[in-house]
Design a protein around this ligand. Structure first.
Ligand SMILES: Nc1nc2c(c(=O)[nH]1)N[C@H]1C(S)=C(S)[C@@H](COP(=O)(O)OP(=O)(O)OC[C@H]3O[C@@H](n4cnc5c(=O)[nH]c(N)nc54)[C@H](O)[C@@H]3O)O[C@H]1N2
Ligand SMILES: Nc1nc2c(c(=O)[nH]1)N[C@H]1C(S)=C(S)[C@@H](COP(=O)(O)OP(=O)(O)OC[C@H]3O[C@@H](n4cnc5c(=O)[nH]c(N)nc54)[C@H](O)[C@@H]3O)O[C@H]1N2
Ligand SMILES: [Mo]
Length: 765
């Protein structure tokens, strides 16, 4: 079957690909998977000590997802994936200059991504030597001086400073400041491929770029509507408040083309009684396998039914006062919805009127409703309309801006939201530019910088000359991977700040440095003593985090120190800009953040270790709508599906999925335990009816080709046909393997978030 089964370092727990998984999320399955990783990652006792402190007040904040950390944590306040991330970072394996002396980059490019990261933590700053095609050790001084010299030679506007959402608020604030002092706003971030639809969309319609809920809302809500977010794999600690909500009678209504385990049932690994007796908690009251992109129509259907109910019993269903006082665009939305027929809705959503009636009934019977969503709504060409329809539904009954209700995007990387809060943004209007200019006595660039898609376009056309990556693995994570990888080598300068070796590091620009940083779990000692950092979660709370693990090597530097080192070597002296003092004492950086964002970060240093984090507030939660109109805006639908390509004979919609055994481009193993799959990630998932229609056999090898008519050939071969319960017309595959097939130009209309859940493809037998 798979090419990985023979590998001895790979999991052997589920050798066969069994689409029917019998066990719940959490429970023994997750403990077993953890034990497997713990052995495999060759971790240290340090790792166990770290896990004990994970996500607790005065502890260390998980490096995995961005879910909130409760004020009263569990004894073990981490999930399977948080533990994996910790073990992954605290491995005892080391990727040293001796390793690089033995391997050219050309040779390493033949390795599997998994094997690259398995070499362990990077230990020394490295310079790429083109003559030998190898990385060689270099001193920090030499590296900074060379990077500074290159940057001084380049036009700042031709350089790009990327952040993956790993680095803390302190390093991120300095990184954004460095970019602006140097002369650009080219600050793309991982969220550009992720929740940019949220940042742009929610901002336009309710005047906030982030969600409006806090943890307490989950203790009060009567119903949760879940669209395209998979907590079992991607934010497992969320399963605890979810389970508590269900147990006190809250209804959960789920829309997802895949029947995801964590949304069906849950066994609490922290609850010994439940583990031994083994009765799982049923999570979803209703589970609808919507067609990919069909959420717009599903929501239109529900909105229609709510409006009908109001017509039948006027004054009993809608929150009229709220709609009149707080919102705009209701009538336009109502007319647009009325013009759409049930046939259209049923076709586009793949759901019947009766099913949507059940969902609408739950909505109308519930006083307090939360709308949850993730990549299933954001990564679409009409992602904005997805969000618009969900917000419409909530606004009808005043479900934004009161306790127990609201809209809650579940964010990805642990500090992805926070980085945006402190200035990682390509749009200067999102940053207090004037204040920064005053504080640091400089003139900041006012023109809009590049987001991830614009940076790729610049790379392809040759106008981008340098890429500095604060974390991330962009040649894997970006759409149109093959074209991007090819163009990458033409860069004049590439600087990679990371913890472990990845594919992108094997693509050097003409001048290239690989700089190893401390991870968040590592002890960070600077001139004034041990340092702490801070992060922001999905629910807009800020938490201090203290790493205590012994660093992988004495040569590592913190991200703060690396940003400062590069900046000092690049910029002219400015007495207001004190890189050395800031590096010596991060509390001084927090003072600067507080000065720049006084409302959000009041008494930052004083409050950062408050149990449960401190809340930086949210305007929409207070019904203070910071939109153009000053109101919350209804959105009139203009499309029936979020998919950007028309339906056509033989055309299928590809949804790219994550397994519970990966964190983005980091692949921990080849098991997708919660979906009952394992062994290989080079598969296409497809239902048996489609298989018969397309004349495909289980286990057959096929190729997948892009079916977007843009003249670019995109193809992946050697994929194994694997039967899986999905709606007709769509297939599933794994991210990042499938990124070759997601076209760069195929993205959300407003935010340019790549449409990774809706790429048009064709199967070639
Ligand atoms: N273990 C683990 N945890 C992670 C990550 C990881 O890779 N691994 N990544 C982190 C990051 S950066 C992020 S952004 C988050 C991502 O977390 P999620 O937002 O959960 O993202 P995905 O798993 O990509 O997709 C979510 C769900 O969308 C469904 N879906 C696909 N298309 C559609 C559609 O058209 N409509 C609907 N309703 N559903 C659809 C899929 O079946 C899937 O269950 O997770 C974070 N946490
Ligand atoms: N087709 C498809 N494409 C997608 C997605 C999808 O669902 N489908 N999802 C998109 C999403 S949501 C996202 S967020 C992006 C993610 O894309 P990326 O930003 O590329 O994120 P990661 O894969 O998390 O980056 C992993 C690397 O970060 C480095 N790293 C880890 N910890 C640290 C640290 O503490 N500091 C530093 N400096 N480096 C560190 C390590 O070297 C590691 O190899 O991919 C996007 N691409
Ligand atoms: Mo993400």
């Amino acid at each position: 079957m798979s090419d990985h089964d023979q590998d001895d370092h790979l999991p052997t727990e589920h050798d066969a690909q069994t689409p029917e998984y019998k066990h719940s999320t959490g429970g023994w399955g997750s403990l077993k998977s953890l034990t497997r990783i713990f052995g495999k990652e060759a971790s240290t006792p340090e790792a166990l000590r770290t896990l004990e402190r994970q996500n607790k007040p005065e502890g260390v904040m998980c490096t995995s997802c961005a879910w909130a950390k409760p004020a009263k944590p569990h004894l073990a306040e981490f999930c399977e994936n948080g533990a994996k991330a910790t073990l992954w970072e605290l491995t005892s394996r080391r990727c040293t200059p001796e390793f690089f002396a033995e391997h050219t980059l050309e040779e390493l490019r033949d390795w599997h991504d998994y094997d690259l990261e398995q070499q362990g933590r990077l230990t020394h700053p490295l310079r790429y030597d083109a003559d030998s095609d190898k990385y060689v050790a270099v001193s920090w001084e030499e590296a900074f001086a060379a990077i500074g010299a290159e940057l001084r030679n380049l036009d700042p506007k031709s350089t790009v400073f990327y952040s993956s959402g790993h680095a803390g608020l302190e390093a991120s604030f300095l990184y954004g400041l460095f970019a602006r002092l140097y002369g650009h706003n080219n600050l793309p971030q991982s969220s550009n491929m992720c929740h940019e639809t949220t940042s742009v969309g929610l901002n336009e319609i309710i005047g906030t770029p982030v969600g409006t809920c806090v943890l307490d809302d989950f203790e009060e809500c009567d119903a949760i509507f879940f669209f395209g977010q998979n907590p079992g794999s991607n934010s497992p600690r969320f399963l605890h408040p979810l389970k508590r909500a269900v147990e006190r009678g809250c209804k959960v209504v789920t829309f997802n083309p895949v029947r995801e385990r964590g949304l069906i049932e849950f066994v609490d690994p922290q609850n010994l009684l439940q583990m031994t007796v083994g009765t799982p908690t049923k999570i979803s009251t209703e589970y609808f396998q919507v067609r990919p992109g069909g959420d717009i129509s599903a929501l239109i259907g529900m909105i229609k039914l709510v409006l009908d109910a109001e017509d039948q019993a006027p004054g009993t269903v809608l929150d009229r006062a709220f709609i009149d006082d707080e919102t705009g665009g209701f009538n336009e939305m109502r007319e647009a919805v009325a013009a759409i027929s049930w046939d259209e809705i049923e076709h586009a959503s793949g759901l019947t009127r009766e099913m949507l009636g059940r969902a609408a009934d739950i909505y109308m019977q519930s006083e307090k409703v939360i709308g949850i969503y993730g990549m299933g709504l954001t990564q679409h060409v009409h992602g904005f309309q997805n969000l618009g329809m969900l917000v419409n539904l909530l606004l009808l009954r005043g479900n934004i801006g009161r306790p127990g209700a609201g809209i809650s995007p579940v964010r990805g990387h642990s500090n992805v939201q926070g980085q945006r809060t402190v200035g990682i943004a390509e749009k200067p209007k999102l940053v207090p530019i004037e204040k920064l200019e005053e504080m640091f006595d400089f003139t900041s660039p006012r023109d809009e910088g590049m987001n991830a898609v614009a940076a790729c376009e610049g790379l392809l056309e040759g106008s981008v000359k340098a890429m500095i990556l604060m974390g991330g693995n962009l040649v894997r994570a970006l759409p149109d991977r093959e074209r991007i990888e090819e163009a990458w080598s033409s860069l004049d300068l590439t600087v990679y700040v990371g913890t472990k070796l990845n594919r992108t590091h094997l693509k050097p620009g003409k001048s290239c440095y690989l700089l190893p940083c401390l991870g968040r779990l590592d002890e960070d000692i600077q001139a004034s003593g041990p340092q702490s950092i801070s992060i922001e979660c999905s629910l807009s709370h800020i938490y201090g985090s203290i790493g205590k693990a012994k660093p992988a090597s004495e040569h590592l530097k913190s991200e703060v120190a690396i940003v400062a080192g590069m900046a000092k070597a690049t910029l002219d002296h400015n007495p207001k800009v004190r890189w050395d003092e800031w590096t010596a004492d991060y509390s001084l950086i927090r003072d600067l953040v507080e000065q720049s964002y006084p409302d959000d970060f009041r008494d930052y240093n004083g409050r950062m270790f408050e149990p449960g984090g401190f809340y930086r507030g949210n305007s929409a939660r207070e019904r203070n709508w910071q939109t153009e109109s000053g109101k919350a805006e209804f959105t009139a639908p203009t499309v029936l599906s979020a998919i950007g390509a028309e339906e056509a004979e033989g055309r299928l919609t590809l949804i790219t999925l994550r397994s519970n055994d990966q964190f983005n481009t980091t692949i921990y193993g080849f098991s997708d335990r919660l979906r009952g799959l394992s062994g290989s990630r080079d598969v296409i998932l497809i239902n048996r009816e489609e298989m018969a229609r397309l004349d495909l056999e289980e286990g057959q090898e096929v190729a997948l080709v892009s079916d977007l008519d843009d003249g670019v050939e995109r193809r992946i071969t050697g994929l194994t046909v694997t039967p899986f319960d999905l709606p007709n017309g769509c297939i599933g595959g794994y991210y990042p393997e499938m990124n070759v097939l997601v076209p760069l130009s195929y993205h959300d209309k407003k935010s340019q978030t790549p449409a990774s859940k809706g790429a048009p493809v064709r199967i070639e037998a």
